[in-house]
Every structure is written in structure tokens, then in C-alpha cells.
Design a protein around this ligand. Structure first.
Ligand SMILES: *[C@@H]1O[C@H](CO)[C@@H](O)[C@H](O)[C@H]1NC(C)=O
Ligand SMILES: *[C@@H]1O[C@H](CO)[C@@H](O)[C@H](O)[C@H]1NC(C)=O
Length: 726
């Protein structure tokens, strides 16, 4: 027998430590080579594990820690310092895979401390400790931005040093290359099987809809017109649109207006607008209320078939019966009695009618409580915003949706898997009514850390003036995140990359903002701004006598973004934090040239002004400081750069938590600044970059005598002052 190693490339915790350790062995001059097999899967064939290491002796290891232990023992010359490494290996595997920044932070802190003055985790050369700690961190999606942020300087230094060794980062590349090849091979096989038909692949993410046929798919997005759309709704809307589009089908936007107590016309309009912000139009707009007549007839049919009954059991008693699985005393009412109550008392909204509801007669003892005779019609005397007082009773969501989905020709009903328990009920109703069945496709709901989606709680923030309104940039509403600088493409890419992921997870906002950055970076025009506080005037002694203007590209790598005016003058402004300069020092003014500092005027630690000489023949490649400058002329523009923090301080509120106990004390931060004249021409919604500062979205464009207000767009790296990633 010989060695073999299998690695599950899609494992939730990619087992880089074992992969790297084996690459150490394979690239050494020991006469052993362990072949590696990659699986495009979450687990390795017959195991539930991400690895399988088979030894010549016939032993099999499916646990990373055991496999690493074995390798360290068998190849002591390679993976040195075995005894001292052990603790590190164990704790890395246990603690550093976590994808929650807060939990990770404590351990990173410790590691950072440990790596002070050390090049390796233990001893003076690579050991298994380095392999394990680096491997686990490399597998952690949070690490990319943490390393870049430099928040843990000693970890970053060590991490980047190891990354340069091909046994480390090379292992990562090997895995991604192998996966790509596997995918390609699988696709070729599939295409061949499908008779060589080629599909077009627009999105870089692909998710599939079972049984979907080109040109025949009909999806629907059924919001209740009772509030603004939030980021959770956006997922459903975008997925529905994605599939309708991908299969050349149709998307129906259906207002699920079956509860007159909660619904208002104005919400209908706001939802249409919100969908527009998401780039979603829909092929048709419909209303559940259009089908009140049809649904009434179908409910009558159910009663006549003995599949529904009217029940006047008091609410609390009904709830109790449902909990324990008891039959209602009214379950065996006759068809005639049920018909009379439903079609006269309930329909007329009489006193007797109001006491009753209509229940589907499914199975009062069903293990799935959703099947314990659910209510399907209930009286409500509030006038409806579309049908007025024509109806005194309304179908319940659970009855309405399967009926209308079937009638409207929906082929695939997408819904979050919170409804999974109710799927059998949905199917029962279509079957009982003998109407066309619809395929249900569930997907996982998205939750974000430190984010409340409940309408009631968000309303509280509005009422207490913690935020300006429902479109506040701190709100998870579609309006809010758009105003904060989220692009439709960023949001779409995020949602499609999530695909049908079944887990209800608590995501860091940084992930979605990092995707957004990829969209805006190639197109955001670049401008210049300096902070007003302690801004430092620089006198260029040999500078231009008169200010002059040149035309420059707004984006050096993308000429399509257009041109801007840049003003040059002998008086310029720089940021205080860039002004820590010494006399005689040569620096570079970005996009102008080199400058030699002549004199620094200070008061205490604060630089008050600088005299300098342009040295345009100097080589900018030789300077280390490249700083931003702004001509101090009349046409510079006052700006207000606004940054925000999460509204609550706890990542995930627990059941018993009162959200009011976790309000972030301060969530809005203003930085006054001065920017170049081009800023005066920007429109609301424009997304730009201030060089060396970050991305911003214009919230209030230029108006005489007022600063231009720009919102900082998170780029996935910023960490809030209360510890969470923004
Ligand atoms: C880590 O690195 C920083 C920056 O180089 C240094 O100031 C610090 O003392 C080091 N150690 C710890 C424990 O942070
Ligand atoms: C319900 O309304 C209809 C039509 O207005 C009427 O004919 C019928 O008598 C009413 N039934 C009851 C029980 O009030």
C-alpha cells in the first residue's frame, strides 16, 4: 500500500494545515511522495470529513489533528519542534476557524503578542505550529481584510512572510487550480451529455433551479404592502428576478394584500420604488386581492368536499389544542352548517361570523404542527385599500399563496426555508383543490450582524430620532443601503453568490461591502480632499506665479471615466497627518512631482505651515512619502464627510435580549474637509474616491454656501469603534 490524501476543496473549514504539511513532505528530498486527490465537495467521498489520509500501513485518518500528529511523528526531520508545536496545532484547529470577528479577535490579539520579536511561532524555523496556524487562518474568509488592515502588525508580518514560501500559498493555489479543473471537466462532461449544447454564462456565480425549462419559468415576488423593503426582501426579489431572466421567463410582482389592518397604498408605491432601486421591474404587477372571488369559490369547494370547517373555539383554546394535538369540538360540523356559517355569517361579518374562522381539515395530530388544521380564512371589518368594504373576511397567507401561485402560472415558488414546515401545507392545499401544483424552492434567509430587520424595532429608531427616517444610511432598508453607497451590482453579486445556501447565517457586513468595492473601484472617479482640522498650508517657494489648470483623467486605469480639472498653485494644502516631515526631506506630491521640504513651522506637535521647493526633476520612485495635496485657491469646495456605525452593539441579539439595552451611543461622525473644484459638479448619488481616503457617495450636492455632504462607503475593511466590522 502507499500513501494517499484526499481533500474536500469546498469544506466549510478548508483543511489547509494537512495540505501544507503534505506539500512540505512532497517538496522535500525525502524519498516519499503523497499523491493528493481533490474533491469539488464539502466532504471527502465516504467520510463526513474534509480530509482522508491513508497510510502505507493501512491506517486511515479523517481528523486533521490526528493526521497532523501522525505526519509529525513519521517525518520528524521536516516538521520540527514537535512537542512545543502540539498545543499550537490543537488550539489553531479549535479556535481560529471561527468566522465571527469578535470571537476571533481575542485569539488574534494573543497571537499578535506572541509573534512580537518572533519570526516563527515556535523556535527558529518552520514547525508544524506555523503550518497549522497559518493554514487555518488562510482558510478563514475574515483574514484577507484583517491582514490588509494591518490591525495586527506582527501577525501580518509573519503571515506575509510565510505566504511567500510556495509550500504555503502554493498549497492554496494548488487547491483552487485543481478545483477549477474539476469544474471544467464536469462541465465538459455535462455539455457532452446534453448533446454539445452550450449555455451562456453571464454571472460568475451559477445556481440552478430544478426542472426549469428555457422560456417557461415564471417566478413571483410577493411582498406585503405594509412597509419598506429591507435587505432580506432584496434577496428574494433578486433571486426571483435572476431565475426569471436566466431562463428567459417571467417575473410577477404580486402585492400580497390580504390583511387590510396592516396595509396601505403608500407602501405599495414605496415598494415599487425600492424594487426600482434594485433594478427590478417585473413583467407584471398583480394583487392577491384580484383573486378574492376565486379564493372564495375554492374555499366553498373545500367545505363541500368536507376538507374545511368553521370553528368558533376561542383563540387561546385553539392554540392549546393545536399544541397538544387535540381535535376541535367543531371539527365534525356538517357541510351544511359550515357552508351556512362561511357563506352568510362570516361573509357578512355578522357577530356570529366574527367568532368563527375557517380551518383546513388536514390532520390535528400531525407531527408537523403546520398541518394541524391551519386557519385559512378570518373575518376582518377594516376596509381594504383596494376592495373597500366588499369583503368582511380574508384568506390567510397560507391559503392565498398556493392558490394564487397556481392560478398565475408560477412554475417555481421561491421562499425562505423558515417556511419549510409549511411546505407540506402548501402542497396539501393545491392537491385538495385539484389545482396545478407548483415547485417550491427554498433558500436561506440572510441576517447580518448588529442589524435589526423587524419593522417594529426599526420604527422605534425613527420615532426616537436615532435615525432620520426609513432611508437612513444606517438602516438595512433597500433605501438605506443604497444611500450608504451600495450598488445594485454589488448587492446582486452578493445574493447570487449566496445562492440557495440553506443556512440562516449571521453575516458580517464587510463581506457585502467588499463585493461592492469590486464594482465601484474600477469606475469611481478619483478626486482630492484634505481634512480641515489642522490643515497644513504649504508654500512652494519656486511654485507657479499664477495658478493654472490642467486636464487630467478622473481614473488613471479607466479613461472612460472621463477627465477633470486639476489646479496647480504655489499655495497648497496637505493633511496634518501627512505633514510629519523634516527639513531637507524629499517627498512626492501625487500627480505633480517631487518636493523638497525647506522649513517646517510647528507649534508643539502640530505643524502650522511648511515651506518647500518643487523639485520636478526628482525621481518619484525614490521617495517613500507620496502625499495628497490640494491647491489653496478660491475654487476649492467645502465638504462634510460622514461616517456611520452600527445602531446596536451586540452581534446577535438573543431571545431574551431587549434591543434597547444595546444601542450604540454614537453612530454618526462628521469630518470637515476641503476638496477640489470638480466636487461642485457632482450629483446626488455619484460615487467617487478621494485619493488615499476612500470611497464616498454624494448625499447632498453642491449648493452655494453649504458644504457638499458625502457619505463614507464601507469597503469591507473598516472596523467600527465598537469592535465590529462595518
Ligand atoms: C507588534 O507590532 C507592533 C508594530 O510593529 C509593535 O509596536 C508591537 O509592540 C508589537 N507587539 C505587540 C504585542 O503588539
Ligand atoms: C348576508 O347578506 C346577504 C346579502 O346582503 C343577505 O341576503 C343574508 O340574509 C345575510 N345573512 C345573514 C345571516 O345576515
Amino acid at each position: 500500500m502507499s500513501f494517499s490524501l484526499s481533500i474536500a476543496g469546498k469544506a466549510q473549514n478548508v483543511p489547509y494545515p494537512v495540505l501544507i504539511a503534505v506539500n512540505f513532505i512532497n517538496s522535500s528530498d525525502i524519498d516519499v511522495s503523497i499523491p493528493i486527490d481533490f474533491a469539488d465537495d464539502k466532504t471527502v467521498d465516504d467520510t463526513k470529513s474534509s480530509i482522508k489520509l491513508v497510510t502505507p500501513g493501512g491506517e486511515t485518518f479523517v481528523d486533521q489533528l490526528d493526521a497532523l500528529d501522525y505526519l509529525a511523528q513519521t517525518f520528524p526531520q521536516l516538521l520540527t519542534e514537535k512537542s512545543k508545536s502540539q498545543e499550537w496545532v490543537k488550539s489553531a484547529l479549535e479556535k481560529l476557524y471561527v468566522k465571527n470577528f469578535k470571537d476571533l479577535a481575542t485569539d488574534l490579539e494573543k497571537l499578535d503578542h506572541h509573534l512580537n520579536f518572533r519570526s516563527f511561532v515556535v523556535g527558529y524555523q518552520y514547525s508544524l505550529a506555523d503550518v497549522a496556524v497559518w493554514g487555518v487562518l488562510r482558510a478563514n474568509a475574515l483574514m484577507g481584510s484583517i491582514i490588509k488592515s494591518g490591525a495586527y502588525a506582527n501577525i501580518s508580518r509573519w503571515y506575509n512572510l510565510l505566504a511567500e514560501d510556495k509550500r504555503f500559498e502554493g498549497s492554496v493555489e494548488l487547491l483552487s487550480k485543481s478545483l477549477a479543473e474539476l469544474k471544467k471537466a464536469a462541465k465538459t462532461a455535462k455539455t457532452a451529455a446534453a448533446g454539445g449544447k452550450k449555455e451562456s454564462h453571464k454571472a460568475s456565480f451559477e445556481i440552478d433551479l430544478p426542472g426549469a425549462e428555457m422560456g417557461k419559468v415564471v417566478t413571483r415576488f410577493p411582498p406585503e404592502p405594509s412597509g419598506y423593503l429591507h435587505i432580506g426582501h432584496a434577496k428574494a426579489a433578486i433571486l426571483n428576478e435572476y431565475f426569471a431572466h436566466k431562463f428567459n421567463g417571467k417575473l410577477i410582482i404580486r402585492f400580497d394584500d390580504t390583511n387590510p389592518t396592516k396595509e396601505k397604498v403608500e407602501f405599495q408605491d414605496s415598494i415599487i420604488e425600492d424594487l426600482k432601486l434594485l433594478g427590478i421591474k417585473g413583467d407584471k404587477i398583480t394583487y392577491s386581492s384580484d383573486y378574492f372571488d376565486v379564493m372564495y369559490d375554492l374555499a366553498v369547494k373545500l367545505i363541500k368536499d368536507g376538507k374545511a370547517y368553521c370553528d368558533d373555539t376561542p383563540v387561546h383554546k385553539m392554540r392549546e389544542e393545536r399544541m397538544v394535538g387535540d381535535a376541535s369540538a367543531r371539527r365534525d360540523r356538517s357541510v351544511e352548517e359550515n357552508l351556512k356559517i362561511f357563506t352568510e355569517e362570516m361573509k357578512n361579518g355578522t357577530e356570529e361570523g366574527l367568532k368563527n374562522c375557517l380551518r383546513a381539515k388536514i390532520d390535528y395530530k400531525a407531527p408537523n404542527k403546520a398541518l394541524r388544521d391551519p386557519t385559512i380564512y378570518r373575518c376582518n371589518l377594516t376596509p381594504h385599500h383596494r376592495t373597500g368594504t366588499a369583503w368582511k373576511m380574508y384568506p390567510i397567507y397560507d391559503f392565498c399563496v398556493p392558490v394564487v401561485d397556481s392560478i398565475e402560472g408560477i412554475t417555481h415558488a421561491l421562499r425562505t426555508n423558515e417556511y419549510r414546515d409549511r411546505n407540506p401545507q402548501y402542497e396539501w392545499i393545491q392537491k385538495a383543490l385539484d389545482i396545478r401544483p407548483v415547485t417550491i424552492w427554498d433558500f436561506g434567509r440572510v441576517n447580518f450582524v448588529r442589524t435589526l430587520l423587524s419593522k417594529r424595532k426599526l420604527q422605534w429608531f425613527v420615532d426616537k430620532h436615532y435615525v432620520s427616517n426609513w432611508d437612513d444610511p444606517r438602516f438595512p432598508t433597500v433605501r438605506g443601503v443604497r444611500r450608504r453607497g451600495m450598488t445594485v451590482e454589488g448587492l446582486r453579486n452578493f445574493i447570487i453568490s449566496q445562492g440557495p445556501s440553506r443556512n440562516i447565517i449571521n453575516l458580517e457586513w464587510s463581506i457585502i461591502w467588499a463585493l461592492n468595492k469590486k464594482i465601484i473601484d474600477p469606475v469611481a472617479p478619483r478626486f482630492t480632499a484634505v481634512n480641515s482640522e489642522n490643515v497644513v498650508p504649504v508654500k512652494l517657494l519656486n511654485g507657479p506665479k499664477e495658478p493654472y489648470t490642467e486636464t487630467k483623467p478622473k481614473h488613471k486605469k479607466n479613461p472612460e471615466v472621463g477627465n477633470k480639472e486639476v489646479v496647480y498653485a504655489d499655495q497648497v494644502l496637505i493633511d496634518q497627518e501627512d505633514a510629519d516631515l523634516v527639513e531637507g526631506e524629499e517627498i512626492t506630491f501625487m500627480d505633480w512631482g517631487n518636493v523638497i521640504v525647506a522649513k517646517v513651522h510647528k507649534e508643539g506637535d502640530v505643524v502650522k505651515s511648511i515651506d518647500a521647493n518643487l523639485h520636478l526633476e526628482g525621481d518619484f520612485r525614490k521617495t517613500t512619502k507620496k502625499i495628497t495635496w490640494l491647491a489653496d485657491t478660491k475654487d476649492k469646495v467645502e465638504i462634510d464627510m460622514v461616517d456611520f456605525d452600527h445602531l446596536i452593539t451586540k452581534d446577535k441579539l438573543d431571545e431574551g435580549d431587549n434591543f434597547e439595552d444595546f444601542i450604540t451611543p454614537e453612530t454618526e461622525f462628521h469630518t470637515k474637509g476641503l476638496a477640489d473644484l470638480n466636487i461642485a459638479k457632482l450629483k446626488e448619488g455619484d460615487i467617487i474616491q478621494f485619493e488615499r481616503k476612500g470611497y464616498y457617495r454624494v448625499d447632498q450636492p453642491y449648493e452655494q454656501g453649504k458644504p457638499v455632504v458625502l457619505f463614507t462607503i464601507p469597503d469591507g475593511k473598516a472596523v467600527s469603534r465598537y469592535g465590529a466590522k462595518k
